[in-house]
Design a protein around this ligand. Structure first.
Ligand code: PLP
Length: 438
């Protein structure tokens, strides 16, 4: 499987954005996250085009949790995307990059007072209210500022999408949002609509992530529109906006066949229009928050292969110079990936190996993958690591966070520096009574 601008060059090396990955590894070191700018931009544009044609009153809001840094914010601003942030850190990143606050949507299921203040003071476009505690806090802060705040309410439609349990969020048994099935959502939202400091623009849901079929979105849209119809019946309120979250899956393996953005748009718009017609409701502004499907396939991780340990009759371990700390998804979600030896990309992948990391535990990364015969010093490329890899990186074992480079037309720009050993001790504090002479 070759994704985006990936191709195999005359040296038999994997190339991305016109850059030889073996040369990138040599120049910048490994582990290295490589982001394919052309694919990133193409995905933003594919979303915009698909919905502009079918439902012009819409916004595409990139979900920053998937991958965020200041250069990414700048690229999103150039593509005229909106941005979903879910913490003070993500909001700060966006503001530092000069991303327009009037295109920022503030999420979070336990927003602190400080986060809400930051969002209000930055004048973000929408705050998505998740629970009653937050609602009370927000009202108090809005009153203090004598302001009316534009909000959406996160609802949980009570459906069970087909994906890993830890990225399922639309079911009744979830920490997120206001429940539709037991009437909580209607009760709270109807009260909020009457509040003078709130401007309730509509509702939001996010059913889950890495969805390879569109059934969950279809069901959730049906439930959300029923709720909107109920608001109109009960209190004459007609919502202006419906935010359907993110969740569209991507190709981690060549056997994965996620729906295209265009067929996703067909289902979303087809279902929404049918439901609106059934209830005789006008079209609300359609908002959505794709993360993984914008950046996932645009990212490739490069590692240097260390020991290759063959256990006859059992398996062959290929150990790389990263692991759990730069990609926790295999451990968290049993996530699977496709790999190739970047400097032997034109050789047959005829050996089955298990790739492991260098952490102090059994951090198996990729089990039973087929590769060209690996040797110490080879470069291993892991595909589709653009989403929830750098974003989820940790300093476990005091590993430094890898660097991120953005590649385009043969040019590689560093967009996140590699952490240094000095960074690792920067926040350590030595009490005087423990200090030792150096
Ligand atoms: C509220 C919300 N919106 C959008 C997303 C992005 O989802 P995805 O990356 O699957 O598109 C998430 C992911 O967790 C989310 O929680």
């Amino acid at each position: 499987m070759l994704l985006g601008t990936q191709r195999i060059n005359a040296q038999g090396h994997l190339e991305i954005g016109g850059c030889d990955t073996v040369a990138l590894a040599r120049e910048f070191g490994t582990p290295l996250y490589v982001m394919d700018e052309a694919l990133l931009r193409a995905n933003c544009r594919a979303y915009k085009r698909a919905f502009a044609d079918r439902y012009p009153e819409n916004d595409i809001i990139y979900a920053g949790k998937a991958f965020l840094c200041t250069a990414m914010c700048a690229l999103l601003a150039e593509e005229e995307m909106c941005l979903d942030v879910a913490s003070a850190g993500e909001l700060h990143t966006a503001l530092m990059a000069g991303f327009p606050p009037e295109r920022i949507f503030m999420h979070g299921n336990n927003k602190s007072r400080a986060e809400l203040e930051m969002a209000l003071d930055a004048r973000v476009h929408r705050i998505i209210v998740d629970n009653e505690l937050e609602l009370e806090m927000l009202i108090a802060l809005a009153k203090e500022r004598d302001r009316q705040v534009d909000v959406l309410f996160r609802i949980t439609p009570g459906i069970d999408p087909h994906t890993h349990a830890r990225i399922r969020t639309g079911q009744v048994d979830t920490k997120f949002g206001f429940e539709v099935p037991n009437g909580q959502a209607a009760r709270v939202i109807e009260r909020a609509i009457a509040h003078p400091n709130l401007n309730v623009r509509g509702i939001h849901f996010h059913v889950g992530s890495q969805l390879l079929d569109l059934e969950a979105h279809r069901q959730a849209i049906e439930i959300a529109v029923e709720l909107l119809a109920q608001f109109r019946e009960d209190i004459g309120y007609v919502a202006e906006e419906l935010d359907i979250g993110g969740g569209l899956g991507i190709r981690y393996l060549s056997s994965h066949e996620p729906p295209s953005i265009a067929s996703y748009a067909d289902v979303v718009v087809g279902t929404l229009d049918r439901c609106l017609k059934e209830h005789n409701l006008p079209r609300p502004r359609l908002l959505q928050e794709p993360g993984r499907s914008i950046v996932g396939e645009a990212g490739t991780t490069l590692y240097t292969i260390g020991p290759v340990k063959e256990i006859p009759g059992v398996r062959t371990y290929v150990v790389v110079d990263g692991g759990l700390s730069d990609n926790p998804r295999p451990a968290l979600y049993d996530a699977v990936y496709e790999v190739l030896v970047a400097n032997k990309a034109n050789q047959p992948a005829d050996l089955t190996v298990t790739v492991a990391g260098k952490h102090c535990e059994t951090d198996t990364l990729f089990q039973d993958v087929r590769v060209a015969r690996p040797e110490p010093g080879d470069i291993l490329a892991v595909q589709s690591t653009g989403a929830y890899n750098y974003a989820m990186a940790s300093n476990y074992n005091r590993f430094t966070h890898p660097m991120v480079v953005l590649v385009h037309n043969g040019q590689a720009d560093v967009i996140v520096e590699r952490q240094t050993l000095e960074d690792l001790v920067r926040h350590d504090v030595m009490p005087a009574r423990l200090a030792r002479p150096k």
